[in-house]
Design a binder for this molecule. Structure first.
Ligand code: CAA
Length: 698
């Protein structure tokens, strides 16, 4: 049960928010806090109140699990508690440590004085959940920091360090010492005299922006690219503009209305789903939290190519030394040179200091001798996709690496069980599938082979977090979860251009849906030759009775491998990454259609979207049936972090629920009748549709 505990320190009452794990401001806590405040106000032995957090933080904000439930709309609302605090005659001090986020910062903003312990992170991250700070944050923050800073803080959702909060003006003091002691001292000081400062009454910092819509228009323009498709950033701006132009109470009431609109939106539900999905993915039923694991403090990477180099950077970015092994000195030097250039670029953009770069480069050891991996706790192989080569490497690693060391492969297509069979320690073998560029993309598909042990999984999932990635545990199949679904989607994109669309038509629909780019532009970015090589290797086993699109192969046969050759599905001007539609490709596509005897027709945007997204969902359903992903939400995490699926749509499986699984199934059935086998609805899709359920109900 959520609680507020209290402690009397002289004539100061300390109220502790106590609702693990993050002191979420749920109904019980709000009720307890209101009672605590009222009791303190009525008590003649109390001159001042301090509010602090029990446990590891002050508060992570409203209890998100209560949203859209009766508890969230039960009184006392957080705004009522905050008003009671702000209007009280006795001083109320917030003594903040750990994290102060969302409602967990709006509460301090209503206090008369705010002290933060060094190391505290504070901010209003509601925008990330598709809402706005709904307990006065958009009204009080600009009054304390001025409009520009409030816009930055609230629309970015960033948590900032205590020192920055002090500089911006929404914290009054930062302490090295015990924050509760400092809070009590401040309470005594304030009680001894002087006027209480109420944030809602501060006007000087917002007065200059009154009646100046151009400030807000300019800010909207500055975020347009990043915020494309999102509603909440604009809701935040609207409410901050209200703070400037309306009296406080009116602004607060308007904030409440905007909050209500946002919290019931599909976008907010999708973003909250994404928040919990990411955390849920870390829970593996047969690998409980207390499974023994090794803290990875040294790593090895085999292969200094694009992937190997990117993977190595993740480790050194997290302060973990890494040894990179490459067969030839020349390739090793080239690979290390690329890493150095990458860091130098970041330094030149001012996003990394030269010192930090030097430290990171200093953590990398390059060698052509695999024996240097003897002490590594984890070794990740990242050579090209060839089973014999990988087995040879794993056999060698097995002999060199210390007992207990984990041997991982960055394969994106090969059978992990077969790779594991080349070692005497299959329990310590698994796949760690990074996404390109490996130092940027947050997803890591950790692939559990048949014999991978719980300890290995626990270690690698923890390592994933340590290197700043989001890990999802998946099973062994061709392409694992992400790429297997990608095949289903890009295959249809290939068919669509043979039937009548052009790459730019497909890409536009997918871009407008919210992806950073469509499948053809993405192919050009990633390099078309990779898929071509894989298709050539798989040619012998390709089912010949199923439709196959030859266009991509033809593009490669023309020597067009994408951006790296300045030509792929599009052409690229020198030094530019902007895809330009190319008449040569259009001619090629038209000739392929003719060759295949397909009469080209107009393809609608709706058909493009459904033909691309529904097979993706359908493949996800098959993956769930086969048990290769633990939950539908894990698949969503894969697509959010590995492929840029628009977060405000929650991921493909959540998206299916929002359009209705029955609708997806009916459309797939019709498409199957028209286009055949590749579009056959998955049995799971059918059963969910027939029972009126969604993936979220599984
Ligand atoms: N409500 C409910 N549960 C929450 C929560 C919240 N606000 N914040 C975190 N949790 C849960 C997580 O789901 C997780 O649960 P499990 O252990 O079951 O997976 C647990 O608390 C711990 O969370 P993290 O693993 O994320 O812990 P962390 O230490 O890495 O990070 C944090 C802590 C920075 C607070 C992070 O959890 C976070 O960013 N939380 C969301 C903060 C937020 O968006 N607050 C705004 C809420 S909306 C609001 O306040 C509206 C308003 O205006 C009234």
């Amino acid at each position: 049960m959520a609680e507020v505990t209290s402690e009397q320190r002289g004539r100061v009452r300390v109220l502790f928010l106590d609702n693990p794990p993050v002191n979420g401001l749920g109904f019980d806590l709000r009720t307890g806090l209101m009672a605590g405040i009222e009791a303190a106000m009525a008590d003649d032995d109390v001159d001042a109140v301090v509010i602090a957090g029990a446990g590891r933080m002050f508060s992570g904000g409203a209890d998100i699990t209560e949203f859209n439930t009766p508890k969230s709309s039960a009184e006392p609302f957080l705004t009522q508690v905050i008003t009671a605090i702000e209007t009280s005659s006795k001083p109320v001090v917030a003594a903040i440590h750990g994290v102060s986020a969302g409602g967990g910062l709006e509460l301090p903003l209503g206090c008369h004085y705010r002290i933060a312990a060094k190391g505290t992170r504070l901010g209003l991250p509601e925008v990330n959940l598709g809402i706005l700070p709904g307990a006065g944050g958009t009204q009080r923050m600009p009054r304390l920091t001025g409009v520009e800073a409030a816009l930055q803080l609230i629309v970015s959702g960033d948590l900032v360090p205590a020192e920055k909060a002090l500089a911006l003006g929404f914290v009054d003091e930062v302490t090295d010492g015990d924050v509760v002691d400092a809070g009590v001292a401040a309470g005594e000081r304030l009680a001894a005299g002087g006027e209480l400062r109420r944030s809602s009454e501060v006007e000087d910092k917002i007065a200059g922006a009154r009646g100046k819509p151009e400030i807000f228009e300019a800010f909207k323009k500055s975020i347009a690219r990043k915020a494309r498709g999102y509603e909440a950033p604009y809701a935040c701006i609207e409410s901050i503009e209200n703070a400037v132009n309306m009296p406080f109470d009116e602004g607060l009431a308007a904030e409440r209305e905007i909050f209500k609109r946002c919290v019931s939106s599909v976008q907010s539900k999708a973003l909250r789903h994404a928040f919990f999905a990411e955390r849920e993915a870390q829970k593996i039923p047969d690998v409980p939290k207390d499974t023994p694991k090794t803290d990875v403090t040294s790593a090895g990477v085999i292969g200094a190519g694009t992937m190997g180099g990117g993977i190595a950077m993740n480790f050194v970015n997290a302060g973990i030394p890494v040894t990179i092994v490459e067969a030839e000195q020349e390739n090793l030097d080239r690979g290390l040179g690329v890493i150095e250039k990458n860091y130098a670029n970041t330094v030149s953009k001012g996003r990394l200091s030269q010192d930090a770069m030097d430290t990171r480069m200093g953590l990398i050891t390059g060698t052509t001798d695999m024996n240097h991996l003897a002490q590594a706790e984890v070794v990740i192989e990242a050579v090209f996709e060839n089973m014999d080569l990988k087995k040879e490497i794993f056999g060698a690693l097995d002999k060199i690496c210390k007992p207990g060391a984990i041997l991982a492969s960055n394969t994106s297509t090969l059978d992990m069980d077969e790779i594991a069979s080349a070692t005497s320690r299959p329990e310590a073998v698994l796949g760690t599938h990074f996404f390109s560029p490996a130092n940027v993309m947050k997803l890591l598909e950790n692939v559990r082979a048949e014999k991978t042990s719980p300890e290995t999984i626990a270690t690698v999932m923890a390592m994933t977090k340590k290197i700043g990635k989001v890990g999802v545990l998946v099973g062994v199949c061709d392409g694992f979860v992400g790429n297997r679904m990608l095949y289903a989607y890009s295959r249809q994109a290939g068919f669509l251009i043979e039937e009548g669309a052009l790459p730019q038509d497909v890409d536009k629909v997918i871009f407008d849906f919210g992806f950073p780019m469509g499948p053809f532009a993405m192919g050009d970015l990633a390099g078309l030759d990779v898929g071509w090589r894989i298709r050539q290797e798989q040619e012998a086993t390709r089912p010949k009775d199923l439709r196959y699109s030859p266009t991509a192969d033809r593009v490669c046969e023309m020597g067009r491998f994408g951006q790296k050759t300045s030509a792929g599905w599009y052409r690229y001007e020198d030094g530019s990454r902007t895809p330009v539609p190319d008449p040569e490709i259009e001619a090629l596509i038209l000739s392929v259609s003719e060759e295949l005897g397909i009469e080209r027709r107009a393809v609608s945007d709706e058909e493009i979207l459904q033909r691309c997204m529904y097979p993706l969902i359908n493949e996800g359903a098959k993956i769930l049936e086969e048990g290769l992903a633990m939950r539908a939400s894990d698949i969503d995490v894969v697509w959010l972090y590995g492929y840029g699926f628009p977060r405000y749509r929650g991921g493909p499986m959540f998206y299916a629920d929002t359009v209705g699984v029955k609708h997806v199934y009916d459309t797939m059935s019709a498409l199957y009748d028209e286009h055949g086998e590749w579009l056959k609805p998955a049995p799971l899709l059918k059963s969910l549709a027939e029972s009126g359920k969604g993936f979220g109900d599984m």
